[in-house]
Ligand binder design. Sequence first.
Ligand code: ATP
Ligand code: MG
Length: 701
Amino acid sequence: MREPEWLTSLNDEQKKAVIHEKEPLLILAGAGSGKTRVVTTRIAYLVEKLGFSPWSILAVTFTNKAAAEMRERVESLVPGAEGAMIRTFHSFGAWLLRRNGAPLGLKSSFTIYDDDDTLGLLKTLFEDLPRNELRLIAKNISRAKDECLSPDDDLGHISADLDFPRYYKEYEERLRSIGNADFGDLIYLSRLLLAENPEIRGRLQQRFRVILVDEYQDSNRAQFQLLQQLVSPGTWLCVVGDDDQSIYRFRGAEVENILGFQDQFPGTKVIKLEENYRSTGHILAVASHVVAHNEGRLGKNLWTRQEEGLKPCLAYLDNQNEEAEFCARQLADGNWSNSAILYRTNAQSRVFEQILRKYNINYRLVGTLSFYSREEVKDSLAYLSFLSNPADEVAFRRIINKPSRGIGAVSLRKILKGEGDFLLSQNLEEALKESVGKVKGKAGKGVASLIDLLDKMKELMPLQENLGQFLKELIHESGLLDHYKQQDKVENTQRVKNLEELVTAATDYPSNSEGLAEFLELIELDQASLEEEETDTNRVTLITMHNTKGLEFDRVFISGLEEGLFPRGAEYDDEQEIEEERRLFYVSITRARKELFLTSCRRRMLYGRTEQASPSRFLNELPDEHVDIQGAAPSLSAGHGNLGFESEYPPGTRIYHEDYGTGEVIRNVQNGGHLVIQVAFETGHSMTFLPEFSGYQLEKL
Ligand code: ATP
Ligand code: MG
């Protein structure tokens, strides 16, 4: 029988990897050499040629977008094979825990806490601690979980604070008693569950005869240990990765996982792929040359049979406006969907957005403050979460006085603590009902109206056609709609539009508790695929370097090649950090198929201040013969500052916002006698506020 094209098109090494049977397989290979293609083809091959049921195959990738692409790819090879479980580690963990989490006290409808929710919970536990400290605790808890450490383990290397184990323990206990899980738990608890329950572990090992992991170099210790639980001697395990592309060590990724793989899984076969199919010659030469400056690497050779192509272009520009204009000029050919502008920090996207809009170039932003982290969206979701789990204290605190019902901090404390030291209740809806009569005046009325609302919503839910309809009612009845209509008018925002989008997203789900749980899970874990639903596909991608993992574009712009910005934090001169940044540069360069532009500014404005910039050290590492240079490297001239403005929040003021985190005021303007401030957040998002109006959510640092 003739072999299908998807098999014959592979090179010998790729084919060996695809048809390899039984023993563990490690594919170690550089960018663009077809690792991901091997993974997808292997799934197709196992199903089509060896008769494996898709049901028995688990494939893990790094981002939801990658998982979605992998499913599509597998489907196009062998229709039906995409029924394999293709997920991210986190989404696999959520799947596992929803079905099997009972021994750990998890309900199937548990809510997954994001970083904000975690912070919210810590705030309720340790009211007296300053916010900065809470943020540090949150970060360290997540690190501990990435390393699979419980509060009782030795945590000295994570935090020198002797109280940290206690904070961690109390947080864990509270989270368990609420019945929810945070992001780190999805891996941490999954591993624990399997380690402690041989019956469940056995069942999963029976089911998943084949396990594949893409981007293995960025897995962390907890993920490795989860994998160990899933693998039995009979499992066909295959991992693929590239040590040169390990860019998440700062988040606990352990390159040891890949380097020590053969020791961990004896009998492992190793396959190396050396032909690059993605990039033209000059681009590949630049990439290889750059990464060769790293010491700590296995070292690989990549070659391509493609033509040399265009030389990458390095452009020196005066400032970030010019940088964006430069990119816009290249994009004038209208070929947008195959182009991407990469930057190191989200904050850099703002100027690109501005300039691209000016030239009517359509773009899509990937991975900034996501739709679902917006205040109005989070408020609506908090109502849904609370209806789904009345023990969810974080959601409860969010909705109790939103929109304002006159319930202040004092009343809230009364409700939560009850009269006779009512232990923080398992069911806050009951606590709310018990507080009737005890909370007086305006707040008392507020409590009554919230109780009415919740009762009414529960009655309404089964009567609605779908969850979208229900959400629409909820937004209206709760007063959120009016609240945000008002705010849109004053702040000129688009919050109501965002609420409408949320309603649309919910219409695909049934209006019952299962639909609710499913919708919340999708939002927590699979935002990428939801955001992808767009009709106009000819758009330039604006994306951080980290988010480009595994992707490819015909034309790539790598912006902001300046010391301090990229490599970032270079003032510390920690060689290991520089190597990680250099790997990030390598990842960025190797996204390009045909055209690569590198841009570096002589001056840059960050947080409202224009400063002299000097070219990234990485630019000295480029091989001259493969690069064209435009413009002159910086000569020194005086930078200029920003105009002041008399207000409570002058530019430069550091602030903290409940929903968006830490940021800096970059502009003050006057609007109808009100002070409007523009704030650039660390997340890269820029927002305007009327401190008069939203001051209660703003805090000066
Ligand atoms: P990265 O390290 O960036 O994740 P990768 O090793 O996973 O890269 P792929 O994305 O699988 O590489 O492949 C890169 C490109 O090369 C893809 O467009 C893929 O379809 C193509 N490709 C891979 N192998 C072949 C082949 N044998 N013939 C033709 N094209 C190939
Ligand atoms: Mg890949």
